[in-house]
Design a protein around this ligand. Sequence first.
Ligand code: ZN
Length: 147
Amino acid sequence: MYQQPSSQLASQTISKRAIADLLIWLGRTQWQENYNAHDLVIEVWAAGIWVKQAGLISYRTLAQWLKTLAQLKAYHLSVHKKGDRLYLVQGSQQPWYAVVNRGEHYSCECMLYRCRYNRVKKEMPKLYQSLEQQIFCHHTEAARMIA
Ligand SMILES: [Zn+2]
């Protein structure tokens, strides 16, 4: 079997709920006639994310979905520019997260960003390529919007 990501990364990126939402976003809803989100069987393959009940999802599609989700969430967040490169972005686990513009990319101190930053390249290299080697979260996208 192809290398599977850690449970931490899987739960942040390809959870059953997240993949169900992605399939619905794509209009691929036939599986809902016989299954619920929690029934989905999901495996990471070289060619993409394979869902037993709904077929293959390409890494490019998953990458577009993750970006779209981050941007949708970002619209609702307050952002304060605190310096040339520093932003404070409204959070849920804690009131504010520090986001730093590092030129090539933006970084964030939240769990989601750190999980992706530490794990995607190593554990889901095909996804990392499809993300154009850019790690992000909804906080970095919110900072980018006012930059
Ligand atoms: Zn973040």
